[in-house]
Write a protein that binds this ligand. Structure first.
Ligand SMILES: Cc1ncc(C[n+]2csc(CCOP(=O)(O)OP(=O)(O)O)c2C)c(N)n1
Ligand SMILES: [Mg+2]
Length: 690
């Protein structure tokens, strides 16, 4: 296996030429890196990757993450040549190939299984969506953490290696430059993740030209300082060196491994090799011909797969993968006979199902004028849920004492290198890395949550966006949700974060008004299969609303509900609010009532859930004929017009906040019951000419 055979070279050149031809046909894409890194990817897939093309969702498979997502044709070529099968939504392998040659011919065209960058859920065998550089790397760390956790959690005598998959991620200079790779690599080093291998395409080229323009990092030193093992492959075309490097990774049990591969972008292209031109545009027909000549390829053949190539992959990765996969399922069968509950848990986890009775300990909270902070009630609910969902694991970016997201029940433990079964994770001050790691964890199918200050959701946004794009049920918990933060001042007071997250397709944003809404929010969140949730919580106490007097908090599942109404159900004015401002609206309603004005208070914890309700329900909650409307939220008013209408009024933040005690801020920025009542009066005047 050490010496490259002619057939190895033919397979490698097939990956290269398919990539060149696809980019040329699309007249768009990135040929250079697939051409350069084909030998490394080939070596890994053919000789090492424990992956069964017939069953690409087998839980104990090794994962290959193409962090350099622009090199997507490298991955598509591999998925095609190894014959990876398509999988349906029920995780069943279908007979048809995931990437037929036709799809490669239609690279980057509408509905092709080969979109511009690899997309999870769209192309079977793509383990995660990549394209925003650095994300794949951080995601791979999450996968490795989840792998370690599962290995420890499911390990039993005689089944110590039930879960032992490895994560490989291929990255380039761009991934290395992005800050998120630092966050992820630093934590991976600290956690000594032995199941993680990054392959760095050290080609010294990015879009603008040589990396000498921007970067003098000593990457090897950087990773050594993180506590990684660093291996060098001085020539991407040397199969023997590559084999040795992967073997070194497999033999390294006490830390992650970085393999630095020196390569030539656009390898073999006589005029474009080693230039940034080879990075992101088609080579051109003539250059392709000359490159194919260099490879000893038929110059005019397009999308050509020589005889023996499919068979060779079949005898390599195909056969090895199938044997490993079948062996694993046999092992799981024996495991299930001995440990039926654990096997059941493994199954449910893999199918994103919840255990029986997962919600049995969720508390209800008695009415209480003083109440509880959102973070505090959430802490209680989280602990009640987590006790009964063993694979719910998570933590914070160094803010657990503030976000109150620690699992405190017996046995919850802390995840560390020497305690990988612990469920409390410590991400360090690395919000972006944390959010991407949560994605990786969700892809391995533990149920992950992360937490931090809401203001720093901005730091995590790139990865939250991928949670949504990949339809992963990640739980993002953010506390300190508004100017309610008080004395910390405008740097810590979110203003535009709610609006900006509500703008993200597929993301469920929840800002509950009191402890019982928090409990209901968790019930909704835990049942999500394909949507990430952002739970937005207060630092300050919220009165626990008297549910005997007002409507049940279960209305939260509809996104918005009538909390308090006019006695005859015919209000003159609607007061809409989320979170901490709901209680304010209840107060304002009392004031208005004393004046004979009937107001309805609508609690609106989640716009997304509400927008999903039938029109009839939405009209019932927000009757179209009641046009006098006021929204109240300690945040940017952006977007509220769609609920209050063009002539409604939105009380909100139109500037950044300020550093002061909360009471003073509420007065300064107009969040008082008086201000809400006054706005309601003005609305009535405006809409009824009173
Ligand atoms: C976060 C992010 N910023 C910018 C880009 C646009 N972009 C795509 S590839 C690339 C250059 C990457 O260089 P490198 O990783 O060395 O890839 P190579 O050219 O060697 O294939 C850039 C800037 C991106 N995809 N993601
Ligand atoms: Mg590069």
């Amino acid at each position: 296996m050490n010496d490259a055979t002619d057939l190895d070279t033919t397979c490698i050149n097939t990956i290269r030429t398919l990539s060149m031809d696809a980019v040329q046909a699309a007249n768009s894409g990135h040929p250079g890196t697939p051409m350069a890194m084909a030998p490394a990817a080939y070596c890994l897939w053919q000789h090492f990757l424990r992956f069964d093309p017939q069953d690409p969702v087998w839980p104990n498979r090794d994962r290959f993450v193409l962090s350099a997502g622009h090199a997507s044709m490298l991955l598509y070529s591999l998925l095609h040549l190894t014959g990876v099968k398509a999988v349906n939504k029920e995780y069943e392998a279908l007979g048809e190939p995931s990437v037929p040659l036709e799809a490669i011919k239609r690279f980057r065209q509408l509905d092709s299984r080969c979109p511009g960058h690899p997309e999870y859920r769209w192309t079977s065998g793509v383990e995660t969506t990549t394209g925003p550089l650095g994300q794949g790397l951080a995601t791979s760390v999450g996968m490795a953490i989840a792998g370690r956790w599962m290995a420890a959690h499911f390990s039993r005598r005689g089944f110590e290696d039930l879960i032992d998959f490895n994560i490989y991620s291929l990255c380039g200079d761009g991934c290395m430059m992005e800050g998120i790779s630092h966050e992820a690599a630093s934590l991976a080093g600290h956690l000594q993740l032995p199941n993680l291998c990054w392959i760095y395409d050290n080609n010294h080229i990015t879009i603008e030209g040589s990396t000498a323009l921007t970067c003098n990092d000593d990457v090897a030193c950087r990773f050594l300082s993180y506590g990684w093992n660093v291996v060098r492959v001085g020539d991407a075309n040397d199969q023997e060196l590559l084999v040795r490097a992967f073997r070194t990774f497999l033999a390294t049990k006490d830390r992650p491994t970085l393999i630095i591969v020196d390569s030539h972008i656009g390898y073999g292209a006589p005029h474009k090799q080693d230039t940034s031109i080879a990075h992101g545009e088609p080579l051109g027909e003539e250059e392709i011909r000359l490159t194919k000549r260099h490879y000893g390829w038929p110059e005019d053949a397009k999308f050509y797969v020589p005889q023996g190539v499919y068979e060779h992959f079949g005898q390599g990765i195909g056969q090895r993968g199938k044997e490993l996969r079948d062996g694993w399922f046999a092992k799981v069968k024996a495991y299930g006979a001995k440990y039926p509950e654990l096997a059941e848990a493994l199954y449910r986890m893999q199918h994103r199902q919840l255990p029986e009775g997962w919600d049995r300990d969720i508390p209800t909270f008695p009415a209480d004028a003083k109440g509880l902070a959102g973070r505090e009630s959430s802490s209680r609910v989280l602990n009640a849920v987590a006790k009964n969902v063993p694979w719910l694991i998570g933590g914070s970016a160094d803010l657990t004492p503030s976000t109150k997201t620690r699992m405190t029940f017996e046995g919850a433990g802390d995840f560390q290198a020497d305690g990988p079964s612990g469920r409390n994770l410590h991400f360090g001050i690395r919000e972006h890395g944390m959010a991407a790691m949560l994605n990786g964890m969700a892809l391995v199918k533990v149920r992950p949550y992360g937490s931090g200050f809401f203001i720093f959701s901005d730091y995590a946004r790139g990865a939250i966006r991928l949670s949504a794009l990949m339809e992963l049920p990640v739980i993002h918990i953010f506390t300190h949700d508004s100017i309610g933060v008080g004395e910390d001042g405008p740097t810590h007071q979110p203003v535009e974060q709610l609006a900006s997250l509500r703008a993200m397709p597929g993301l469920i944003v929840l800002r509950p008004a009191d402890a019982n809404e928090v409990a209901e929010a968790w019930k909704v969140i835990m049942k999500l299969h394909h949507q990430p949730a952002v739970l937005v919580l207060t630092r300050q106490a919220l009165p626990t609303i008297d549910r005997g007097k007002f409507a049940s908090a279960s209305g939260l599942s509809h996104g918005a509900y009538v909390l308090a109404d006019a006695p005859d159900g015919k209000p003159a004015v609607l007061l809409l609010a989320s979170g901490s401002e709901v209680a304010l609206c209840l107060d304002a309603r009392e004031r208005l009532r004393a004046e004979g004005i009937q107001a309805r208070v609508v609690s609106m914890p989640s716009w997304e859930l509400f927008d999903d309700q039938p029109q009839e329900y939405r009209d019932r909650v927000l009757p179209p004929q009641v046009t006098a409307r006021v929204s109240v939220e300690q945040a940017s008013t952006f977007g509220w017009a769609r609920y209050v209408g063009a002539n409604g009024h939105s009380l909100g933040m139109r500037s950044f906040g300020a550093s002061a005690p909360l009471k003073d801020l509420q007065k300064k920025f107009g969040f008082t019951a008086d201000a809400v009542a006054q706005a309601a009066r003005e609305q009535l005047g405006r809409h009824h000419g009173a």
